[in-house]
Design a binder for this molecule. Sequence first.
Ligand code: KPL
Length: 305
Amino acid sequence: MAPISSPQSALSWCIVGRGAIGLLAGARLQQAGYTATLWLKQPDAIPLQFTDLTQQYQQQILLPQPKDQAIARLLVPVKAYDVLNAVAQLLPYLSPNAQLVISHNGMIPIAPLLARLRPAQGLWFLSTSQAAYKPAADHVVHSGEGLSYLAKLTASDGNDSQVIAAMNAALGPVTVVPDIYPMLWQKLAINVAINPLTALENCQNGQLAHPRYQSQISALTTEVCLVANALGYPMEPTATVQRVYQVITATSGNFSSMQQDMQAGRQTEIAAICGYICQQAAQLQLSVPVNQQMLDRVLAKTATS
Ligand code: KPL
């Protein structure tokens, strides 16, 4: 490995991968005067076209992160199943007090990640409902204004205000919360209800408003509330089902991330969504048959496609 020189400045963010949310964050950071670099398998410069919410169009270049420069600020907006590997691969390149922000759908165990960090390194979670898609590999469109919640998962003191300001620029408006888990459970209920059904039916989110999906949506959501309540995160089924339908309406023209993954033959996040519910339910000796059915059906479909 090349020797690591002085760390990048607090105004530079390295972003892992080239997913829609990462490229949106990169484009918006650069617009706000930050430098955004990309950590990619193939370290290429990306000439990026960025279409913002007002349909304004901008051309930018996102450069690859130099391997000989320590990373002080890292955004990891990768799929749930890739987070641990991505961070493990980057550990040798992080500065001793680097701040890492992870952002993904579903739930993964955080303890193995925390165990790999040094005492002064900080870990944050950002949960976002910003909507973005890539009509082409080098074009990102910010297609819907959403909210983001940000929480620090470690106790280390690492210029928190700088991280919050940068995440506001990247994926804001950001609300800083002391505990991210209530937000993650709310988002998990939405992903459990929408993602597998849209993937299996190969439809847009809005089609789930049809009455024929009502009993499945209600059962899936009620099972999430059952597990969340048992783990100490109070969630009321009727209000949660209502929120699911609000998201179905607000994102009616969208294809969910799982529908897109399944259509493209990629691994899905089902293990971190329905799989997490099934695993937690098994530990609590609770029954979640509809989540189990969705998990089995999505796994069967992706294994054979
Ligand atoms: O988070 C989403 C996803 O597709 O993963 C929703 C909210 C369902 C929007 O499509």
